[in-house]
Write a protein that binds this ligand. Structure first.
Ligand code: R5P
Length: 326
């Protein structure tokens, strides 16, 4: 690999060190060593164990649960790099926590995604690389360049081999229509959009199924699965509209918090395609196909170092490595 002006270094936080190592490995680099510790009072300590002076440092850290710990750790790593005279600091945040707090739903609420953007910039990032951001407007919260890549091509390639007959792509709400359209286009399938409405007390309910679900297998897509509530609600609405019991799901970020796995299994979800933006432990109950985004992110890093357009990494990279649990 040819290095442009500044030699690259890859640093990993503790949120997904395996992904960082896989990225470094694909670039023929080792991870730059650092020590990260938790003190008894809950504070986080960080020390870089190798110089980063005049290097372009890529700090790899999804801000996945525990979100606040992983965020503070990321900020401490950035500050350590800045104070150690790194030439450029690029944060690779494959899953951007707080992205759903991108607007105010009720009075007297914060816009936390914007607050996170401001803190990252205040600490000193030069660029952000992320994946399937919840909403594109988050890019506008930053003054520095943001590259939001997408895992849709690599997930579509994996899904293609496992599609039941007469499948339809389902967007669980209006916010996911663009992503669902991209899946439908790549898989050459029709599209259904569910209409989700906020009810009294902040609860949501699916009130309309827009499109033909009758006698169809369904592929519900989403940017993320947290508690599984959105997918479960969607599955019920689709069955009520006459869909077949075969429910497949594709979501870039598989957080699976609380009892998400049990809820998905009970709702009859047959197979979930996700990526390793956050570590996947696997499950005895749920069939999970995990597509690695390491090739995609490594390609983005390589393009950055070569001063080429990063956004092209998404469209050009369909190479992926996969793991199937169960
Ligand atoms: C909502 O706008 C998001 O795109 C996801 O549908 C949602 O956040 C997933 O969360 P959960 O799994 O808890 O329903």
């Amino acid at each position: 690999m040819q290095f442009a002006v500044h030699e690259p270094a890859i640093l990993a936080g503790t949120a997904n060190a395996a992904l960082a190592a896989a990225i470094a490995d694909r670039l023929g680099l080792g991870l730059s060593p650092c020590r990260i510790e938790r003190f008894p009072d809950g504070e986080i300590g960080v020390q870089l164990l190798a110089p980063v002076r005049h290097k372009t440092v890529f700090v790899v850290q999804p801000t996945s649960p525990p979100v606040n710990d992983h965020l503070i750790e990321l900020l401490a790593l950035i500050d350590a790099c800045r104070r150690s005279a790194a030439a450029r600091i690029v944060v690779v945040v494959p899953y951007f926590g707080y992205a759903r707090a991108d607007k105010r739903h009720r009075r007297r609420e914060p816009i936390t995604a914007r607050m996170v953007a401001e803190i990252l910039e205040a600490v000193g990032i030069d660029q952000l690389v992320t994946l399937d951001l919840h909403t594109p407007q988050i890019e506008g919260f930053f003054h520095v360049p943001v590259d939001s890549l997408t895992a849709v091509p690599v997930l579509s390639a994996a899904i293609q081999e496992r599609l039941p007959e007469r499948t339809v792509v389902v967007s669980p709400d209006s916010g996911r229509v663009r992503m669902a359209t991209e899946y439908a286009h790549r898989l050459r399938l029709p599209l259904i959009v569910l209409h989700k409405q906020r009810q009294r007390g902040g609860e949501t309910a699916i009130t309309h199924v827009v499109g033909e679900a009758c006698d169809r297998a369904c592929l519900i897509i989403d940017d993320m699965i947290a508690t599984g509530g959105t997918i479960v609600e969607s599955a019920h609405a689709l069955r009520d509209a006459g869909a077949r019991p075969e429910i497949l799901v594709a979501a870039t970020h598989g957080l699976f918090v609380e009892t998400a796995v049990t809820k998905l299994v009970e709702a009859g979800v047959r197979l979930v395609f996700t990526t390793d933006t956050v570590p996947q432990a696997g499950s005895d109950q749920l069939s999970l196909e995990v597509v690695s985004v390491a090739p995609l992110l490594a390609s983005a890093v390589q393009r950055f170092v070569a001063n080429e357009s990063i956004s092209r990494a998404s469209s050009s990279s369909t190479a992926c490595s996969r793991r199937t649990d169960r």
